[in-house]
Design a protein around this ligand. Sequence first.
Ligand SMILES: [Zn+2]
Length: 160
Amino acid sequence: MIKICQRCGKEYPPASNRQKYCADCRPAVTQEYNRQYYLRNSEEIIARVAQYKENNRDTYDAYQREYSKKYRAEHKDTIRQYKKQWLANNPDKERVYCERAKERYHKKRRLKKLEAKKLRLIAKMQANAAKRQTKQIRRKELYQGDSFWDNNLNAFAQRM
Ligand SMILES: [Zn+2]
């Protein structure tokens, strides 16, 4: 049996009775069907995706971060080219753009300095705690050691 494709009008041998389109038209028909489905249900689909994101915030954020990192690394030249082009097309915004870049740079540096300061403080506190502990242990040994009481009792006895 031969059928006529409802999309392109070509004759084709159908694989089943219900088939309406030839093999060449099938992918385009499916794509169009999916597009129509999305258009009919876009609100629900968008809401579902948003809900999914909300339920998996951490996983999603990590994925997003990883993805953009990879993308930036793989498209370094394209991004640089795009920025250059954008600046050429928006000469009036160049100043703002440069200032923002400067701000970002200084912010990063400030954060780095703060982080270093924090690490130094932590190291200092740890060193102090260790010193205090050593002192405490030494004092404990001093007061609990037999020699301490012996010496003091002897001294006390001599004074009597
Ligand atoms: Zn066809």
